[in-house]
Design a protein around this ligand. Structure first.
Ligand code: NI
Ligand code: MN
Length: 229
């Protein structure tokens, strides 16, 4: 059993069966949908899908506070290292790593990954990615990150058989619900958690639009309200 809490946009907290807390794409400061009263009280692991500010914004502050192990692409880890963040484990697509009791596999994503440095300049942030999350009860979930639908999602299904997928649906920067419906079919998942929608007015895709296009269960989360999976 894992407790999943959406913290708005693409930020999630996963509390694992043994109590470890995994934060994915931490963005707190400036995140319009971060739940106002929510307190992050423990962080063992941070996963970073790509270098955009809305995914990496609070990696450094959480790293300073909780000293977690961080997993990201090699370029992001190098940049974090240059900012004094140690414990970043660089990896790349297709590779797996053991992050506490959670095993993770980095996957492809169809997006970009520039990092806005402290002086405002855009620097190279490697390739964007997603993660397959291998829980210690044998179940797998796929966290897509920011991406369009891509045909290699069929390989993720073949390799990892995820039962759950976190998919962006907002449009403009990622796929929309129509793309997410195709992704759901390629992945063969039973359940989809929509993300990267509703944060700003241009992110117009809705879970209801996805729900009419797929037979999978669309699990619509409310920021700050945990669900068990
Ligand atoms: Ni992005
Ligand atoms: Mn984004």
């Amino acid at each position: 059993m894992v407790q999943i809490t959406w913290l708005g946009h693409t930020t999630f907290s996963l509390r694992l069966a043994n109590g470890e807390v995994v934060i994915i794409d931490p963005w707190i400061d400036g995140n319009p949908k971060f739940p106002a009263d929510y307190q992050i009280d423990r962080v063992d692991t941070i996963l970073v899908t790509h270098g955009h500010f809305d995914h990496i914004g609070n990696v450094r502050s959480l790293a300073a506070q909780f000293k977690p192990q961080i997993y990201a692409n090699y370029e992001i880890c190098t940049w974090l290292g240059s900012k004094g963040v140690d414990k970043c484990n660089g990896m790349n697509k297709g590779g797996a790593a053991q992050a506490g009791s959670l095993k993770i596999t980095m996957t492809h994503a169809l997006h970009s990954s520039g990092i806005t440095d402290d002086d405002g300049k855009m620097i190279y942030g490697g390739e964007p990615a997603g993660f397959v999350l291998h829980f210690d009860d044998g179940r797998n979930a796929y966290f897509a990150g920011d991406t369009d639908v891509f045909s290699e999602m069929a390989f993720i299904a073949e390799l990892h058989k995820p039962a759950l997928a976190f998919l962006p649906i907002g449009d403009l920067y990622t796929m929309n619900p129509r793309g997410a419906a195709i992704a759901t079919r390629l992945l063969g998942v039973e359940t989809v958690i929509p993300m990267h929608y509703g944060t700003f007015p241009p992110l117009t895709g809705t879970p209801a639009e996805l729900a009419v296009l797929t037979s999978a269960n669309v699990l619509t989360l409310e920021p700050g309200k945990p669900v068990e999976w």
